[in-house]
Design a protein around this ligand. Structure first.
Ligand code: F6R
Length: 607
């Protein structure tokens, strides 16, 4: 949800800002812009659409200065046009903002009454106008910024730059992440460490309510009460910040292909291979004392929780409540004693999930964050966190993070089942060996890509699809439908196979492809009956199954694609692969923008 960057450097800022924005473009791509101070003069360039438009503009209309701020926008208030593009500027102040200022209407009317006019539809313009008003009243740049920040309600990561100040940036964070990067006589600000990776690996994360006065050789952080705050500087391992497509056409294709490697890495972090047993080093928790698990997340991460619900209940015998975070946070459910609340989030910054976590912390639940970004807010604010070790995920549609989330959740399930006496050492060893063998099975599944391309080419001609699955494959049907709609814009709905005849079957005719995920498991025959009902109504079944399933259920299906056999509980992880490939190649066939689908952004830091 918008990426912001700031530079107080010793080289021209524009190329550095554009490179950093490229690394942040996954957060939004409705418009992009930069502002610099050069010999004391504030100037800016902005362009609608992708960052490449800003780069083109800068070729024809360059901008000088070694101090600058930059922004890539995911529009919240106001259309994605040039007027609404950041940086916003008023008088001697320019600002980039990620978040939503909730009291902007009140501030705007106050400022209008005071004679300040507004040009844009954005909430952000109130920030620059307010700061301008304070400076017009005689305050210094940092005093004006401090007073401005104090008036803001809502969520923000901000970076201010000022006319006449070649060596000053003010950064502030509330609700949206922000990091300060330390160079040699240079300082940087970024929405995440990935943006700063080429410049520095020394990073200080601002905490909630912090604001910082930054010069090339110093920084001073104050907390929400105005007291000086001492925040640790960390040296990050930037290997994981490699945001390169390699030989692939899209990040999504690279990230799908990486799954055997990253999954193998994730497993190793949580398994003692000598004992074939699970170890959760940072989780000091006795699952035998847990009476209820509440799982909360959004989007694909929520669907990972859906799979884990089956596992926790069936393997570990723990009841699980599930919620999408945007509902949970306002539903404010009473929490039973001995509740474990689990928050799953790739970015670790999703606003609704974070708010749900805070609710559970306030209500004394034990909380665990399952995240891909170790320094993220959800990791830091949970009682314990488990990293999924997927490496940086750039494609807006989540792929490798989903399967790594599932893998890590399965290790939790095994641990819980052992501690609750639901699994003996042999049962644990069998599941652990199956997890260790998963990367090579996924490698085999990836080899079905060519067949999936043929199916995807055919699927791309349709405008609606249904996805079906049963048991723990039902969430994979939901995930397949979510992936397809978000990147190919084909309307797709996921259903539990048994639910079809309770309504959705009315949609079925020869124009309705129905994607079915059904390994030959205990529920297979029931799913085959549902397929028969579909085919009797001329629906076009695309069946993903294993060899045993294909032998008995291929007749009448439009397309059948075989997956390798897998230890039954792990089937959801395996069948996520063809779901991702199908969505990816359908989108490629339709020529949509796979990595940056319309209207979406990766890190959803606003409600
Ligand atoms: C879909 C997708 C989103 C995210 C959701 C949660 O492909 O990526 O649905 O899963 O926005 O994001 P995180 O996991 O960062 O909390």
């Amino acid at each position: 949800m918008c990426g912001i960057v700031g530079v107080l450097g010793n080289h021209q800022a524009a190329p550095i800002l554009v490179d950093a924005l490229k690394r942040l473009e996954y957060r939004g791509y409705d418009s992009a812009g930069i502002a610099t101070v050069n010999d004391g003069v504030l100037d800016r360039r902005r362009a609608v659409g992708k960052l490449v438009n800003l780069s083109d503009l800068l070729v024809h209309n360059p901008i000088a200065g070694t101090a600058g701020i930059g922004h890539t926008r995911w529009a919240t208030h106001g259309q994605p046009n040039i007027t609404n593009a950041h940086p916003h500027q008023a008088g001697r102040v320019a600002v980039v903002h990620n978040g939503i200022i909730e009291n902007f209407k009140e501030l705007r009317s106050e400022l209008t009454d005071a004679g300040y006019g507004f040009d844009t539809d954005t909430d952000t313009e109130t920030i620059v106008k307010l700061c301008q008003q304070f400076m017009d009243g005689g305050l210094s740049a940092s005093e004006a910024a401090e007073k401005t920040i104090a008036r803001l309600d809502g969520a923000y990561a901000l970076c201010f730059l000022f006319q006449g100040e070649d060596d000053l940036m003010i950064a502030a964070r509330k609700g949206s992440p922000l990091a300060i990067g330390h160079g040699d006589g240079e300082m940087f600000v970024g929405s995440d460490a990935i943006a700063l990776a080429p410049m520095t690996n020394k990073v200080t994360y601002l905490e909630e309510g912090d604001w910082a006065v930054i010069t090339r050789n110093s920084f001073e952080i104050r907390d929400a009460n105005g007291a000086l705050a001492n925040r640790n500087m960390r040296e990050l391992d930037m290997k994981s910040a490699n945001a390169d497509k390699g030989m692939h056409k899209h990040f999504m294709s690279k990230e799908i292909a990486e799954q055997p490697a990253v999954l193998g890495d994730a497993v190793k972090h949580y398994i003692n291979t000598e004992r074939n047993a699970v170890v959760l080093p940072d989780v000091d928790l006795d699952f035998s004392k847990i009476s209820q698990i509440t799982m909360v997340a959004c989007g694909t991460a929520y669907l990972a929780c859906n799979v884990a619900k089956y596992w926790f209940e069936q393997i570990a015998g723990i009841p699980v409540d599930l919620d999408v975070a945007s509902e949970f946070r306002y539903r404010e459910p009473p929490l039973r004693d001995n509740t474990l609340a689990v928050f799953v989030s790739q970015s670790g910054e999703t606003a609704d999930t974070l708010a749900a976590l805070r609710y559970c912390n306030d209500n004394h639940a034990q909380t665990i964050g399952v995240v891909n970004v170790p320094e993220s807010s959800i990791a830091r604010e949970s009682n314990a966190s488990l990293q999924i070790h997927a490496g940086v995920e750039i494609g807006v549609a989540s792929t490798k993070a989903f399967t790594c989330q599932l893998t890590v959740l399965m290790t939790m399930v095994i641990k819980a089942a052992r501690q609750r006496g639901k699994l003996d050492a042999d049962g644990e060893a069998a599941l652990v060996s199956a997890l260790l063998g998963l990367p090579s099975i996924i490698n085999v599944a990836l080899q079905a890509e060519h067949e999936i391309i043929d199916v995807a080419n055919a699927l791309s001609k349709f405008s609606d699809t249904l996805f079906l699955g049963r048991g723990a494959l039902f969430p994979i049907a939901l995930e397949g439908a979510l992936k397809l709609k978000e990147i190919s814009y084909i309307h797709a709905e996921g259903y539990a196979s048994g639910e079809l005849k309770h309504g959705p079957i009315a949609l079925v005719d020869e124009n309705m492809p129905i994607v079915v995920f059904a390994p030959k498991d205990a529920l297979f025959d029931k799913t085959v009956s549902n397929m028969q009902e579909v085919m009797a109504r001329r629906g076009k079944v695309i069946l993903f199954t294993d060899d045993a399933g294909a032998q008995v259920a291929s007749d009448g299906a439009w397309k059948v694609i075989k997956m390798p056999a897998v230890h039954a509980p792990l089937a959801p992880i395996l069948y996520a692969i063809p779901a991702q490939l199908l969505a990816y190649h359908t989108a490629v066939a339709k020529g949509t923008d796979v990595d940056q689908p319309r209207n979406l952004a990766k890190s959803v830091t606003v409600e």
